[in-house]
Design a binder for this molecule. Structure first.
Ligand SMILES: [Zn+2]
Length: 139
């Protein structure tokens, strides 16, 4: 399929001209804040699991063979990388909330249409609407 080099300049409205209603902005803010709280709870949960695994490793290692120790270390590493990815998502949501306050958040970078609230809540780092995202993936 032939594609123009830059679809953004092909007579499309500049992103900044679009407006979103205050009510909708508030809806996004509420969804994002809820998402952030959810992620924080998940993060706390993961941290306490890490602490627990660490405690198991220290107190319950007398009878462990090499394989047990290896499994526990692996589990702990997986929990830590999970915790890190949750933390990253929290940061994404917080950045998104900042951009929302500045009015520069929630618009499709490609077509300039507002990205649906549900999509933003699920993927705070989304910069494309579903349609454009699908086009992007099909390339
Ligand atoms: Zn789009």
């Amino acid at each position: 399929m032939a594609k123009p080099a830059d679809t953004r300049t092909a007579g499309r409205k500049p992103v900044a001209k679009a407006t979103r209603s205050t009510a909708e902005t508030e809806k996004i803010r509420a969804a994002m804040a809820a998402r952030r709280d959810e992620l924080r709870a998940e993060y706390d949960q993961t941290l306490s699991e890490i602490t627990e695994l660490q405690r198991d490793r220290l107190t319950d290692s007398a009878g462990d063979d090499q394989a047990d120790t290896g499994t526990k270390t692996l589990e702990r590493e997986q929990e830590i990388s999970l915790a890190n990815s949750i933390l990253e998502r929290i940061t994404q949501v917080e950045r998104a909330l900042e951009r929302l306050d500045e009015g520069g958040y929630g618009w499709c970078e490609r077509c300039g249409n507002p990205i649906p609230v549900e999509r933003l809540a699920a993927f705070p780092s989304a910069t494309l609407c579903v349609t454009c995202k699908q086009l992007e993936e099909r390339r």
